[in-house]
Design a protein around this ligand. Structure first.
Ligand SMILES: Nc1nc2c(c(=O)[nH]1)N[C@H]1C(S)=C(S)[C@@H](COP(=O)(O)O)O[C@H]1N2
Ligand SMILES: [Mo]
Length: 330
């Protein structure tokens, strides 16, 4: 099945669900139904189980996944100073609990993606910034760590599947990078693209998803103070499964917008295609702001549960970040 050439306005796409994408792939479909909220009904029960008590972490694999050889000069930037403007308002998630329960479909449709990232080489790395800007640039890891002052931010994270976490990210506001390339007035959107290496990521090779994973923001969202270009977590460089060596974090949007392992950032005039919106436009919108009043077509969004503790909280509009972002939405 050739997904890649399809566009969201192609009516045949609207009939597709992730399940039907996989209908000829029984084995994948079984994994999928067991673990993948983005596409299946098996989500709630299985993610609650997998997330907490059932999985005994493989310490060797966890360590290997976090062994990132960034250049010495970059490494010196950790840990960065905490920005006191941000607080969780709840307990911080235990580092290991966040590390063993991640979505990274390039590697696996299970949550234990750290078990499957061995082949991924996140260094050296470059991020190309291009499109409608006066000074297109390519940044390597030393550029990213030296040209921008890094800070640590305590952010809440809310996955569309209803799990949530509170983790400290290291990085800098995306606006600082965008200002360096000097966006043209015609730049209305920003598109992000993940690496596309089937030899390093098994599920890219095995599945018919529309790789590479892409995401997008309006230019106003991209320039918002909260929009965080992220190189670290818990005071260290990002481990592979969290999106090494650089990702976006958007705490007021569902987690699928927070794209990992970015290789390209493009300023555009037209709203870009985004991975989940192409795969299943009925269930995953472009905007994807956290909103307890808008249920997912297959489950309620009124509550969330925390990784590690399973403690439940009522979901808050914009994940509690309305003071920063409500102005963007009329
Ligand atoms: N490239 C890429 N980025 C991605 C994903 C993915 O599968 N591939 N999953 C998204 C989803 S659904 C969520 S909830 C967050 C999870 O971030 P974490 O695994 O670091 O907690 O990453 C997002 N970014
Ligand atoms: Mo997610």
């Amino acid at each position: 099945m050739n997904f890649i050439s399809r566009k969201p306005w192609d009516p045949s796409l609207h009939k597709l669900t992730e399940e039907s994408v996989y209908r000829n792939r029984t084995q994948h479909r079984r994994d999928f139904l067991a673990s993948l909220g983005h596409g299946s009904i098996g989500l709630m029960a299985s993610s609650l189980l997998i997330g907490c008590n059932e999985h005994k972490p493989d310490q060797k694999k966890l360590k290997a996944a976090a062994d990132i050889q960034i250049p010495k000069a970059s490494k010196a930037a950790y840990p960065a100073e905490r920005n006191q403007a941000f607080t969780y308002g709840r307990d911080e998630t235990v580092q290991e609990q966040a590390a063993i329960y991640t979505n990274f479909y390039e590697f696996s449709t299970s949550k234990q993606t750290y078990l499957y990232v061995d082949g991924f080489t996140p260094t050296p790395w470059e991020v190309k910034v291009d499109g409608l800007c006066d000074k297109p640039m390519t940044f390597d890891l030393d550029d990213l760590h030296s040209r921008f002052p890094l800070e640590e931010r305590a952010y809440r994270h809310r996955c569309v599947e209803t799990w949530a976490m509170c983790v400290p990210w290291t990085g800098f506001p995306l606006q600082a990078l965008l200002k360096q390339v000097e966006p043209e007035p015609g730049a209305k959107y920003v598109q992000f693209e993940t690496f596309n290496r089937p030899t390093e990521a098994q599920n890219i090779a095995d599945s018919s998803f529309p790789w590479p994973y892409t995401e997008g923001l309006t230019i106003e969202e991209a320039m918002n103070d909260l929009t965080f270009l992220t190189t670290g977590i818990y005071g260290e460089p990002l481990p592979r499964q969290h999106g090494a060596p650089i990702r976006i974090v958007l705490p007021w949007k569902y987690g699928f917008k927070s794209i990992k392992s970015i290789v390209r950032i493009t300023l555009t005039a037209k709203k870009p295609d985004t991975f989940w919106n192409v795969v299943n436009p009925r269930e995953y919108g472009f905007e994807a702001n956290v909103d307890p009043g808008v249920p997912h077509p297959r489950w309620s969004q009124s509550e969330e549960w925390m990784l590690g503790t399973r403690e439940r909280f009522p979901t808050v509009k914009y994940n509690g970040y309305g003071d920063y972002v409500a102005k963007l939405y009329g």
